[in-house]
Structures are given as C-alpha cells and as structure tokens.
Design a protein around this ligand. Structure first.
Ligand code: FES
Length: 86
C-alpha cells in the first residue's frame, strides 16, 4: 500500500492511505454506521460525502468533525459513538 498510515478507530488499529478522508477509510473497511442520533439512537453514517449533511460528524482527535471533510493522518484517533468498528 502506497503511503500507508495507521489510525485508530475505537482503539483498534486501521490501516489506510495518506490523503484519503476519514469517511473513505471507514467505508473501505465496510464500516457504515459512524454514530447514532442523539434523540432516537438511530444509526447515522456518511450520506452526502461533500460536507453538507453533517451526518458523518464524529469524534476525531478529541473534536467533533465531519469525517468526509477530514483527511487521515498517522496516529489519528477516531471514536465511533454508539457504533461498532467492524
Ligand atoms: S457525509 Fe455529509 S457532511 Fe459528511
């Protein structure tokens, strides 16, 4: 894998390529549920993949960020609340 880096997702290592978005890295591993909705606990994941819908907002390095608009970096820590990581 060219430019291989590693992030952690719910404390599990996940290999991905530099330059891809967090959402792309998760989807490449068949992780479709990123979180649950606050009120109904309904599953949520990437929808628009262009930064508009906010459905992919998850905890990345201690801050809530849009996974589709955040580029992975080596050592990044991703937390999927209410969702499994694979
Ligand atoms: S998938 Fe819509 S903002 Fe990220």
């Amino acid at each position: 894998m060219t430019d291989a880096i590693q992030i952690t997702v719910n404390q599990r290592p996940l290999a991905c390529r530099a330059g891809m978005s967090v959402a792309a890295a998760l989807l490449a591993q068949d992780i479709y549920q990123f979180r649950t909705s606050p009120a109904r606990r309904a599953p949520r994941g990437a929808f628009c993949l262009m930064g508009a819908c906010q459905e992919c907002a998850i905890m990345i390095d201690g801050h809530i960020q849009r996974a589709c608009q955040t580029v992975v970096r080596d050592g990044m820590c991703v937390v999927l609340a209410g969702a499994s990581a694979g």
